[in-house]
Design a protein around this ligand. Structure first.
Ligand code: PLP
Length: 442
């Protein structure tokens, strides 16, 4: 395809798109041209209400002037600073601001550029931590079925979504998985956390019995599993997982790439659920999606275990050219100021009832087999079309797009995660549009 000057649509040939049905997309492209507040505008000027904060990241809404200005200003003052053996003030300032928001004890911050890199970093930190304090036998990493931890080799190894794993060889060795927590027979249409399933955490005891705890370094879970279709932790489940980890000296890693920065009603899901992990990965909402950035929060004891040996030695041989990039730091600092000024990191708790009730009103509509919600995260699971898994939900996505609402689907679950600035009228519009699409769906 060549450039079409009348609509300014570029040729679509060269760009191999990520996690996209490329051929289908290129037949009927969905191109976004502009964004502001709760909305996108398409190439043709059509307004689209954003029901998913871009991709779970634009938590303060689009094109916030303070963030835009901070990035522009930073680019003109200090465009880049090498992060190895060098630093710049904003990186330190940002780390100090971030640890004011984290649960007590998670006092150290390591910067990355994405959620996937945060996961790799946390897994390496866990392995190296045991090594430096003389428990080098702890080399095994435990994930959970249906987990999503990004797309790099560590992340897909501990991840539990088969479609993301099966093409890529044998992955990391020494990885095992505990069972997922989805139990529609007992928990369908739970409002907030489901009542049943705390005992599924005991699956970690099974793996300790199988492998011996002295070989296990860490277990990683998403407090709310997002990409697999919004699965909430059963009441008491995370507490039980924490207790088992403590009993066996296993590090607990929470992957808060989507739950971080206000999504569940507190700054982090760790606070919403009252369980503090040893390591916590974030990205997305850290910069409001404006500049790629991720981070790993570590307990001081983990960091301190590395701070021994000769002072001129590099304690943790890991990092990225763009770790703590000045533009990302500027964007993140301005994002945190915006969150604070508008109380956005707790706004999802105020909207939990309204959002949840609106979503649960979809119960009884065609194909809806479950609704799940917490804070400003929602999942509406549909019965799959026979022989075409995912197609029914994708058709609903396309219908909503035509009606001017952006939703997201994963498998046959519609996932909603709107910007935290959302008003009740926007929630009602999103859910009404979804209801219409469900009624029309085959
Ligand atoms: N971890 C979780 C829980 C995620 O949901 C995601 C992305 O959605 C990632 C990791 C990967 O983040 P990224 O796409 O920024 O690499």
């Amino acid at each position: 395809m060549t450039s079409d000057r009348s609509t300014d649509t570029p040729s679509l040939d060269a760009h191999w798109m990520p996690f996209t049905a490329n051929r289908q997309f290129k037949q009927a492209p969905r191109l976004l041209a502009r964004a502001e507040g709760m909305h996108y505008w398409t190439q043709e000027g059509r307004q689209v209400l954003d029901g998913v904060a871009g991709l779970w990241c634009v938590n303060a809404g689009h094109a916030r002037p303070r963030i835009v200005q901070a990035i522009a200003q930073q680019a003109s003052v200090l465009d880049y600073a090498p992060p190895f053996q060098m630093g710049h003030p904003q990186a330190f300032e940002l780390a100090e601001e971030l640890v004011k928001l984290t649960p007590p004890g998670l006092d150290k911050v390591f910067f990355t550029n994405s959620g996937s890199e945060s996961v790799e970093t946390a897994l390496k930190m866990a392995l190296a931590y045991h090594h430096v304090r003389g428990e080098g036998s702890r080399t095994r990493l435990i994930g959970r079925e249906r987990g999503y931890h990004g797309v790099n080799f560590g992340g897909i190894s501990v991840g539990g979504i088969v479609g993301n794993r099966k093409l890529f060889g044998t992955l990391l060795s020494g990885v095992d998985h505990i069972r997922h927590t989805h139990d529609p027979a007992r928990n369908a249409f739970s409002f907030g956390q489901p009542a049943h399933g705390a005992e599924l955490a005991d699956d970690l005891e099974r793996l300790c019995a199988l492998h011996d705890a002295s070989t296990i370094a860490a277990v990683i879970v998403e407090p709310v599993a997002g990409s697999t279709g919004v699965l909430l932790p059963p009441q008491g489940y995370l507490q039980r997982l924490r207790a088992i980890c403590d009993r066996h000296g296993i590090l607990l890693i929470f992957d808060e790439v989507i739950t971080g920065f206000g999504r569940t009603g507190q700054p982090f899901a760790a606070q919403t659920f009252g369980v503090t992990p040893d390591l916590m990965t974030v990205a997305k909402g850290l910069t409001n999606g404006c500049v790629p950035m991720g981070a790993v929060f570590a307990k001081s004891a983990i960091h301190d275990a590395f701070m021994r040996g000769p002072e001129q030695a590099i304690e943790f041989p890991h990092g990225y050219t763009y770790s703590a990039h000045p533009l990302a730091c500027a964007a993140a600092l301005a994002t945190l100021q915006t969150y604070a000024e508008e109380n956005l990191l707790t706004r999802a708790s105020a909207l939990h009832e309204h959002f949840g009730r609106a979503l649960h009103a979809l119960r009884g509509l065609p194909h809806v087999v479950d609704v799940r919600n917490i804070g400003l995260v929602g999942g509406v699971e549909l019965a799959p079309l026979p022989d075409a898994p995912g197609k029914r939900a994708f058709d609903v996505f396309l219908d909503c797009w035509e009606q001017g609402v952006l939703i997201r689907t994963t498998g046959d679950t519609v996932a909603l995660s709107p910007p935290l600035i959302i008003e009740k009228a926007h929630i009602d519009r999103i859910v009404d549009t979804l209801a219409g699409a469900l009624r029309r769906a085959a």
